[in-house]
Design a protein around this ligand. Structure first.
Ligand code: G3I
Length: 317
């Protein structure tokens, strides 16, 4: 076929992309497909730009692994999504168990976001500046940021990111906001407030970690609620897992599910692109997190395409 990115661009999207991670880059067969810009016009580092990877001790920054991914994107002519500045997970313990005054944590966030975003200035299409701020019931996640600064940490991070790279699109990224409900409403209310307050915000990322046979039904409607505010949206971490073992019936349903999710983005002009959370079952995060589940990606663990790939092609064509 023409390749997923080629098809996405022909249909007016900016990119079709994939997450990747540094340990996988020693697998040359894997890298060959990842680097094929006909398939992937964008990559996201799965781990190596996170806080624990970039600022393991206060004020000491390491960009070695993140730079490998950024350079790979450059070599391949691919866009880069930065992931992420502020998240409750994968924090170094000096942040997660630190006791900070509000003023001190503000400085910590400003320094982290401006240093990391500044390091990649000019190389990143979009940054997940804030990741997963909400619980599934739409309340704010109780983490060091919220508990110390209430909701103001969001604007602190966004403002620091904007100053560090004025051309990067700044996103808030979350999961379980793809269907109408309390969590999607909470995100909508947050971005409305940010816009009203003049805080820089360009987009909302919908992670889209789904389950075969139960992909959201109101996804397009939700996307449109966000684009109606003038924001862009993107599918940032798509995968659709199943209970193993995989069967022909499950793989066929998975193809339909991939098609319908990608179609929702196709139907929304300001849905700029789609990123799968790695392209192959060989390196998916799913089996290690959900015991007995997996086979969530469009390529199997032998790097061969699955019916899901054709589902995506059908939506992009
Ligand atoms: O870095 C350590 C390494 O030192 C150690 O030897 C090794 C032993 O298991 O673990 C390494 O840490 C792992 C890390 O990935 C880096 O490989 C963690 O155990 C593992 O839990 C971590 O998983 C990542 C997960 O985020 C953590 O929350 C996945 O690779 C990554 O794909 C996943 O990505 C997240 C997005 O960032 C946000 N949205 C959800 C998505 C899926 O969970």
């Amino acid at each position: 076929t023409a390749g997923l990115n080629t098809l996405a661009k022909a249909a007016g999207k900016l990119y079709f992309g994939s997450a990747t991670d540094n340990p996988e880059l020693s697998d040359s067969a894997y890298v060959k497909i990842l680097s094929n810009a006909k398939e992937f016009g964008q990559i996201t580092p799965g781990n190596s730009m996170k806080w624990d990877a970039t600022e393991p001790t206060r004020g000491t920054f390491t960009f070695t692994n993140g730079d490998v991914i950024a350079n790979l994107a450059k070599t391949n002519g691919q866009l880069l999504r930065g992931h992420n500045c502020v998240w409750h997970n994968q924090l170094p313990s000096w942040v997660s168990s630190g006791s900070f005054t509000a003023a001190d944590l503000t400085t910590v966030i400003q320094n982290h976001c401006s240093t990391v975003v500044g390091h990649y200035k000019g190389q990143v299409y979009s940054w997940d500046v804030v990741n997963e701020p909400f619980n599934d019931d739409g309340t704010w996640r109780s983490d060091v940021f919220y508990n110390t600064l209430n909701t103001t940490y969001v604007s602190i991070a966004l403002q620091a990111a904007r100053a560090a790279d004025p051309n990067a699109k700044l996103y808030i990224n979350d999961y379980n906001i793809e269907n109408s409900g309390a969590k999607a409403t909470a995100m909508l209310n947050l971005v409305k407030q940010l816009i009203a307050d003049g805080v820089p915000i360009d987009g909302v990322g919908f992670q889209c970690h789904f389950i075969v046979g139960s992909v959201p039904t109101s996804f397009q409607t939700v996307l449109e609620q966000f684009t109606a505010l003038g924001l862009e949206v993107a599918i940032t971490e798509l995968d659709i897992r199943m209970t193993l073992p995989e069967t022909d019936a499950l793989l066929a349903q998975q193809a339909k599910d991939y098609q319908s999710v990608v179609q929702a983005c196709m139907n929304v002009e300001k849905c700029v692109g789609i990123t799968i959370w790695d392209y192959t079952d060989k390196y998916s995060w799913v089996p290690s997190t959900f015991s007995g589940q997996g086979a969530a990606c469009p390529w199997d663990s032998n790097l061969a395409i699955k019916p899901a790939y054709n589902g995506i092609v059908a939506a992009l064509s």
